[in-house]
Design a protein around this ligand. Structure first.
Ligand code: HSE
Length: 400
């Protein structure tokens, strides 16, 4: 019997209990042993809940119980999760977490402690919800130099942008709906401002390059300025708007960014809608691969957490090597990145051409008093210079 403790009985913590219950037999077979929840740590009580008796409020009980072999961290946020997880690892307890904020900030250190202790710190659920991406990067794609990872890594914003696209709704109208479905973070700012996706691409880039990528270094733009009119322009071009988190290996180094992009029908992420996430990976020998699935929500995320518990059970006292050292890598300045830009302005065609040269104008008959146009491919730096000369720019969205 492998005894576990769950920290946090919210959406993910209760999902883990549900998954362990629903698939009890098959999980035991795969893990080679029964998994039993001994404690659930939460500030609240849960009268009437079948797990009521397991709920405790003092973390010391878990840290000091030698029977606990696995700690499942499902609290979210950096503290006190970091303190609890570090203490568990130092006490020789394996840890799995769904917490991207924790992994992005302290992943390298926690991985090193687990290695030192010959145990495991696993975090499959921290990126892409139920989609396997951490394990593939760490075990299946190890023959490759990964040259690009581009993902739709936030279910909430993808759900919102999909609803804006299909139903013509404005941003404010769709946010509450996403929250009520349990996709959003406790504070949805992390979703809509791109911070959640930023931490996730920082984790993926760290795994790809084997060094610490600080999420603070990644240029991040959310979707709060995307309007129903922008979506109309995208439709006129046969495109969709998606929040992409992208990281590329260039000759100068790794370049990462989170921002809304316009995607044409040919783009592999064009059809990824609703709460689904997808991650496009390009390896130098593999070529292209895509990982697609449920990127947020209780059971998909819990599925990935429980899979980590199974992996831990299969590797008790044996560390699964994860290449992610604490040596920090400097990213290439995002201003060197290149793309086309879609721009909306109240200037006239002559003024636009005088600054941007040959552009492609985009018409949406019902939108008047402004112009939409597509630039040639240029660097962010070059775009900013030209945009400063044009003035009166209402919107600009990168195009891939
Ligand atoms: N709020 C996150 C999302 C949850 O919408 O993707 C999963 O990390």
């Amino acid at each position: 019997m492998i005894k576990i403790a769950i920290l946090g009985y919210g959406t993910i913590g209760s999902g883990v209990v549900e998954v362990l219950h629903t698939n009890r037999e098959s999980i035991a077979k795969r893990a080679g042993d029964e998994i039993e929840v001994k404690y659930i740590l939460d500030l609240r009580d849960f009268p009437g809940d079948p797990m009521e008796d397991k709920v405790i409020h003092d973390y010391n009980v878990i840290a000091e119980d030698p029977e606990i072999q696995v700690v499942v961290e499902a609290m979210g946020g950096v503290e006190p999760a970091y303190t609890f997880v570090k203490r568990a690892l130092l006490a020789g307890k394996n840890v799995t977490t769904s917490n991207k904020a924790l992994v992005a900030k302290h992943g390298a250190e926690l991985i090193a402690i687990a290695k030192q202790q010959s145990i495991n710190f696993l975090f499959e659920a921290s990126v892409g919800g139920g989609i396997p991406i951490i394990r593939p990067l760490n075990s299946s794609l190890t023959a490759d130099e990964i040259e690009e990872i581009t993902g739709i890594l936030n279910g909430t914003t993808n759900y919102m942008l999909s609803k804006m696209t299909f139903e013509g709704l404005e941003f404010e109208d769709v946010l509450k709906d996403a929250q009520s479905r349990g996709y959003a973070e406790a504070d949805p700012t992390a979703d809509i401002e791109g911070y959640d996706a930023c931490r996730k691409i920082a984790i993926l880039t760290s795994l790809v390059c084997g060094q610490q990528v600080d999420f603070e270094d990644i240029y991040t733009e959310g979707i709060t300025k995307i309007t129903a009119d922008d979506i109309k322009y995208a439709k006129a071009m046969g495109s969709v708007i998606k929040l992409l988190a992208t990281s590329r290996k260039t000759e100068e180094g790794y370049c990462a960014m989170v921002a809304p992009f316009m995607l044409s029908q040919q783009h592999p992420l064009y059809s990824v809608n609703d709460v689904f996430n997808a991650i496009f990976v390009h390896g130098n020998v593999l070529g292209d691969a895509m990982f697609y699935g449920s990127g947020a929500g209780k059971l998909p995320t819990a599925s990935a957490v429980v899979a980590d518990i199974v992996d831990i059970a299969k590797h008790l006292h044996k560390n699964i090597l994860i290449s992610w050292s604490s040596g920090k890598i400097d990213l290439v300045d995002y201003k060197k990145a290149q793309s086309r830009f879609f721009v909306r302005t109240s200037e006239n065609q002559e003024q636009v051409k005088a600054v941007f040269g040959e552009v492609q104008f985009v018409e949406v008959p019902e939108i008047t008093g402004e112009l939409g146009f597509l630039t040639e491919v240029m660097t962010e730096e070059a775009y900013e210079e030209k945009a400063a000369a044009l003035k009166n720019i209402k919107q600009r969205i990168r195009v891939v």
